[in-house]
Ligand binder design. Structure first.
Ligand code: GDP
Ligand code: MG
Length: 446
């Protein structure tokens, strides 16, 4: 399996100190093979291996980790990133407002089963779902939805097999409004392969009814095909999210890794069996550990990381007080921030009351990309400094600044601006930390 193959690769990495280019390249060649065999899309594999390589070569191996574990750490982090970092929630409208979900996908992907599973989850949350039978091509499909609905204690709206799906859906909306249903889930017909009629039918429903979520059900066992199907559905009708079914089987995991990267759409849930309770929320980090199959190593890495972060925070506090905060610390802080999801994520975490900084209204007008780009510019300048220069910015005479500007590909005035601003920040931090009495000490964490 993919996990076994990857584990072998990491076991072969030995040695100490920095990860050497040769070691990393060798390991990644194996990782690449393993991923391709697991049916991960080749473009995704290529980008993935490149980003891991870029991060891994020359990387200091953390104390208490082996080089192999260090590469696992990076591979794991990049896998999580590839799958979208965080869990995406299926948003539901509040109160009696109706959220409309259209479920689509190829025949046998698991649409009807998944709809019943979802309905159970919504019902448990106190919602009132209505399931709509729009797969009119196989009489058995209508029965199947009815049977599943009954098992879940959820009503099913059906009009047999002699009406157009779009008309059934319209009638179902009226029925839902009358009967106080606040979620409508439309079950549609699949085909064995992508087919224009199927697409047209879905587009017709989408054009005539306000749909909140177009969810694609794909069978994880079909590997690369699952990803191609997702790409096509997304291009033709525009999907909002994916549910990956049959992950309980002996699947190769490739679909889970590629879908987000290829379609840009999140995986919302995963199907883990035929029972109506076998539907789980999708967690990118859990999926990455599952694919890597290295739970123990990952737990160890988490522990090591937590200790390092704690030590760093303490050291930083001390430096700020003594105004020893230098460009190396600045880079560290930038890394921390990236780990937490960038500036936007950080600002969003601020309470809305803090000068209104974190309030949604205020954030709408901010160009986050511009902010991130400005930071990248500063980072490029700092990376062009020697370690010594970062530690002691007073060393920065005009010729050094010129060298740094050339290295970062910016004008020397940019370098001057960054150095000057940094000096001012440092002064301000010193004053600020002086202002904080002993009582507030604990609250002051960078
Ligand atoms: P549809 O044609 O897309 O509506 O697919 P169905 O809902 O009828 O499912 C097709 C088959 O896949 C059925 O036998 C389901 O029990 C099975 N199935 C659906 N989801 C899962 C899953 O997550 N795991 C497993 N093992 N089987 C599933
Ligand atoms: Mg079906």
């Amino acid at each position: 399996s993919l996990s076994e193959k990857l584990q072998n690769v990491f076991k072969n990495l030995r040695g100490k100190g920095k990860l050497s280019e040769a070691d990393v390249k060798l390991a990644l060649r194996e990782v690449k093979m393993a991923l391709l065999e697991a049916d991960v899309n080749f473009k995704v594999v290529k980008n993935f291996v490149n980003s891991v390589q870029e991060r891994a070569i020359g990387q200091e191996v953390m104390t208490s980790l082996t080089p192999g574990q260090m590469v696992v750490k990076i591979v794991n982090e990049e896998m999580v990133k590839l799958m979208g970092d965080e869990t995406t929630e299926l948003t539901l409208k509040p109160g009696s407002e109706i959220t409309v979900i259209m479920m689509c996908g190829l025949q046998g992907a698991g649409k009807t089963t998944t709809i019943a599973k979802l309905a159970g989850k919504f019902k448990a949350k106190g919602k009132k779902p209505l399931l709509v039978a729009c797969d009119i091509y196989r009489p058995a499909a209508v029965d199947q939805l009815q049977i599943n609905g009954e098992k879940q204690g959820v009503p099913v709206f059906a009009m047999g097999t002699n009406h157009k799906p779009v008309n059934i859906a319209k009638a179902a909306m009226e029925h839902a409004a009358k009967n106080g249903n606040n979620i409508v889930i439309i079950d549609t017909a699949g085909r064995l392969h992508i087919d224009e009629d199927m697409m047209d039918e879905l587009i017709e429903i989408k054009e005539n009814i306000h749909i909140d979520h177009v969810i694609l059900t794909v069978d994880a066992m079909t590997g690369q095909d699952a990803v191609n199907v997702a790409e096509t559905f997304n291009e033709k009708i525009g999907i909002t999210g994916v549910i990956l079914t049959k992950l309980d089987g002996d699947t190769r995991g490739g679909a889970a890794l590629s879908i987000r990267a290829v379609t840009g759409k999140p995986i919302l849930y995963i199907g883990m069996g035929e029972k109506l309770s076998d539907l789980e929320q999708f967690y990118p980090d859990r999926m990455a550990s599952r694919i890597l199959g290295m739970g123990d190593v990952l737990t160890l890495i988490d522990k090591v990381q937590a200790e390092i972060d704690e030590d760093k925070a303490k050291e930083l506090e001390r430096k700020i007080k003594k105004a020893e905060f230098d460009f190396n610390d600045y880079l560290d802080q930038m890394q921390q921030m990236k780990k937490m999801g960038g500036i936007q994520k950080l600002v969003e975490m601020l309470p809305g009351g803090m000068g209104g900084m974190g309030s949604k209204a205020n954030m709408k007008d901010i160009d986050w990309d511009e902010g991130e780009n400005a930071l990248k510019g500063i980072e490029a300048i700092i990376y062009s400094m020697t370690k010594e220069e970062r530690r002691n910015p007073d060393l920065l005479n005009p010729s050094r600044k010129k060298r740094i500007a050339d290295g970062a590909g910016v004008d020397i005035s940019e370098v001057n601006r960054v150095v000057k601003q940094f000096g001012e920040t440092r002064k301000m931090m010193k004053q600020f930390s002086g202002m904080l009495g002993g009582k507030n000490k604990k609250k002051f964490r960078m």
